[in-house]
Design a protein around this ligand. Structure first.
Ligand code: HEM
Length: 461
């Protein structure tokens, strides 16, 4: 299976031949990456994908080296296919690299601190509750609902109210999320064939470009309006629109647009994509569903707006969500470009090489996870021993680029799950675990349709 190349000093990476991986990569790329990582037994290996040979870095200590210890050598600004495409959508800002990224991070971080998010819990909970109320109509009509559509709508309504001062009409926000989906999924052809030069047209390219234009048509006028008539609010749109650079100059409109697009995309898509997996998982594991329902029945009455005290009591719900992002981390692919030669775990990395990290792969390594393919929230129970390595579990990345939405997710996700499942039980229209679809974020490849069954009487909150 392996060829060996010889490069300068240090041990050459074992190269995994295209012939041995291609059928698997085409059939089930994620499974194949896990299999390659298992076989590599803790070493960095190179995947021969024809004209490019990315390094697959999965061992937790090596992940830490790339994301934290020698992070300055591993850039998002390079040529990796994912970040090039992200730049075409999100420009140079919070999802970029270098001084522009740093400035964006400084501007946005205050909106996502634990203190700030804690202060918003009541508003967030009320907004989630109002959004879940809207399910009553399709339920009364006996119509199944699409989990992805409804969860993304609930998130959109909640974040638009709480983070964007209600300045984005919800219907527009929902359209932006739909266009983001086109962006994420139209990338799959290029993800499968990262060796194809940009100049060669590929399926998905046109859809990608059109989706980016549609997002701009919706979000740019909001930036212009806010700049023409500053609201003086402290929501994210106002913060970005009124931001100044270090010299006190107004930012270029493009920079404001880039951060608005990035933060809207990350706030909405990552969370709904994760939560869509919950329903087939609960359907597959009735004993876990029962325990979750028992906790919800004990803590929340149907129709209630969940308080921060109740949220604190949802311990099993949080364990289920921790396990959900172990098995289905939406940011499954975290590539970097090596700026200079380096050595990781004794293996030589060449300057300019693409280094592929994947929380999905590391979080399924049998060396670190007992019965890695089994969904088991107990792994995150209070009495569990300390994890073998900090980077055996990194659904939110690490180092300077660690996810700024991590804390928001920790509060928003249980609020959504508890609000929804304290009011309804569900039945899947199509039982069975969907296979993941290869896209920029990890999403079910098939529609998850739910029949929602109301619970008890709705009480006045
Ligand atoms: C809840 C709303 C969320 C928001 C607002 C958000 C926002 C962001 C932002 C702005 C970054 C870039 C940070 C930087 O480079 O300085 C980031 C990074 C990241 N996020 Fe999130 N995110 C959210 C949820 C999630 C979820 C649910 C996951 C996965 C389960 C996730 C996984 C990641 C990962 C892996 C990175 C690191 C990317 C890298 O190192 O290149 N995020 N997030």
């Amino acid at each position: 299976m392996a060829e060996v190349t010889s490069v300068g000093t240090g041990r050459a990476a074992q190269v995994i031949s295209l012939r041995s991986t291609l059928p698997g990569l085409l059939r089930d790329p994620l499974r194949t990456m896990v299999d390659v990582a298992e076989a590599a037994a803790g070493e960095v290996v190179q995947l021969n994908l024809g004209t490019i040979r990315p390094y697959l870095v999965t061992e937790p200590a090596h992940v830490q080296h790339v994301l934290r210890d020698n992070a300055a050598n591993y850039s998002r600004g390079g040529n990796s296919m994912l970040w090039k495409s992200v730049r075409r959508l999100a420009g140079d800002g919070i999802l970029g690299e270098g001084p522009e990224w740093e400035a964006s991070r400084r501007r946005l971080q205050p909106h996502f601190t634990a203190k700030r998010i804690d202060s918003m819990v009541d508003d967030l909970s009320r907004a989630v509750s109002d959004a879940v109320d809207e399910l009553a109509a399709p339920v009364r009509a006996g119509r199944p609902v699409d989990a992805a559509t409804e969860i993304s709508r609930i998130i959109c309504q909640a974040v638009i109210r709480v983070f964007f001062g209600d300045k984005i009409p919800v219907a527009d926000g929902v359209r932006v999320v739909q266009e983001q989906d086109v962006v994420a999924t139209s990338l799959r052809f290029r993800l499968l064939a990262p060796f194809m030069p940009d100049a060669v047209p590929m399926p998905g390219d046109r859809a990608f470009q059109q989706a980016v234009s549609h997002i701009d048509e919706i979000l740019l006028p909001l930036v212009r309006r806010e700049r023409a008539h500053p609201s003086g609010g402290d929501d994210i749109l106002a913060t970005l629109a009124s931001a100044r650079d270090d010299a006190g100059r107004e930012l270029a409109e493009q920079r404001v647009r880039d951060d608005l697009v990035s933060i809207f995309a990350t706030t909405t898509e990552t969370t709904y994509v994760v939560l869509t997996w919950l329903f087939p998982i609960l359907d597959e594991h009735p004993e876990i569903a029962e325990r979750l329902y028992a906790e919800l029945d004990r803590v929340v009455r149907p129709g209630e707006v969940i308080s921060r005290e109740q949220l604190g009591e949802l311990r099993y719900t949080r364990m289920v969500l921790d396990e959900l992002v172990r098995m289905y981390p939406s940011g499954w692919l975290v590539p970097r470009t090596a700026l200079a030669d380096d050595v990781i775990g004794g293996t030589r990395i060449r300057a300019g090489g693409t280094v592929v990290l994947s929380p999905y792969v590391t979080q399924r390594l049998s060396r670190y996870w007992d019965r890695a393919e089994v969904f088991d929230p107990e792994r995150f129970g209070p009495d569990q021993p300390r994890r073998a390595h900090r980077y055996a579990y990194y659904p939110f990345g690490g180092g300077a680029h660690q996810c700024i939405g991590m804390y928001l997710f920790a509060l928003e996700a249980p609020l959504i799950v508890a609000t929804l499942l304290s009011r309804y039980r569900f039945r899947l229209e199509q039982p069975g675990m969907p296979r993941p679809q290869l896209a920029a974020s990890l999403r079910p490849g098939e529609r998850v349709a739910l029949h929602l069954l109301p619970l008890g009487q709705v009480v006045d909150a």
